[in-house]
Design a protein around this ligand. Structure first.
Ligand SMILES: [Ca+2]
Ligand SMILES: [Ca+2]
Length: 278
């Protein structure tokens, strides 16, 4: 009796401190946790369409290549906190191109040689982010309703909890727009050939400066050139948005800008840069 109490206590101790999934099975002598996940190639078209896992050195096929999905592993983590690795998968409708957003789903190990595949998330151009919420892991998926073909830049963040291998929507939050004192939107253009100006004195010399916008047709995005009243022209390579707004705040003598909902760009003396640029 005494021996078995010690054994149970030891098992609980090992289980309780088990950051390493392998500790779960340490006492039992068997190992049903995942060593790794990997995608497999469809021999007919050479694309990665299958998913397998290695469990205790054995390969288990989870998704067959004949389903004709195009799969990429986004990340492998213990999402549902059961001390076993799970795979967050990218299902790419475009086959790896950038025409359209990806959907995501989760694959979790049932421990008996089978795996659970969750339903797909809403499509998104961004990988889901993991966030602790009320003590549990949740996945945040940013969705843009209109995508590149539309003129909407609004965004909803959907929070998913992991329950029994499924992704359950627990809340939807609209990303707030930073209000601008003056703005221009792609939705206001009648034709993709149009060039429209937003006039505002950005540099504070009491003469209007011009943000001259054309449309990048592929994505229906505004592409701006900045024509300052001192004669200088600033063309930020790669700057594009469905909305460009001017904020009342200034940095180095020029007004800050907001692109789309909340991407703020500041003048560094030579260029407009967002927070992530040096
Ligand atoms: Ca897990
Ligand atoms: Ca000016």
């Amino acid at each position: 009796m005494k021996t078995s109490i010690v054994f149970v206590a030891l098992s609980l101790l090992l289980y309780g401190c088990g950051n390493d999934p392998k500790q779960k099975q340490a006492e039992a002598g068997s190992d049903t946790t995942v060593d790794s996940f990997y995608v497999t190639e469809n021999p007919n078209d050479g694309l990665m369409r299958g998913l397998s896992a290695s469990v205790d050195g054995k390969t288990i096929s989870i998704i067959d290549t004949t389903e004709h999905l195009y799969l990429v592993i986004d990340s492998v983590l213990d999402y549902d906190q059961d001390n076993d690795l799970d795979a967050l998968m990218i299902y790419s409708e475009s086959g790896g191109g950038n025409c359209c957003p990806d959907a995501y789903f989760l694959v979790t190990n049932n421990g008996n040689g089978t795996f659970t595949r969750s339903a797909m998330t809403e499509p998104s151009y961004h990988s889901p982010t993991l966030e602790k919420w009320k003590g549990q892991n949740t996945l945040l998926v940013r969705t843009n309703d209109a995508g590149p073909d539309g003129d909407d830049y609004k965004e909803t963040i959907i929070r998913y909890a992991v329950e029994k291998g499924q992704l359950k929507v627990i809340e939807k939050l609209e990303t707030k727009e930073i209000p601008a004192i003056k703005e221009i939107k792609a939705s206001g253009f009648e034709s993709v050939e149009d060039v429209n100006d937003l006039l505002f004195d950005l540099d504070g010399d009491n003469i209007a400066d011009t943000i001259r916008c054309s449309i990048w047709e592929r994505w229906n995005l505004l592409v701006p050139d900045f024509l300052f009243s001192d004669g200088s022209v600033y063309d930020k390579n790669g700057m594009s948005a469905k909305r460009i707004g001017i904020l009342s705040s200034k940095t180095n003598g020029r007004n800050d800008l907001v692109l789309d909902l909340n991407r703020v760009y500041k003048w560094d003396g030579k260029a407009y840069k967002d927070g992530e640029e040096e």
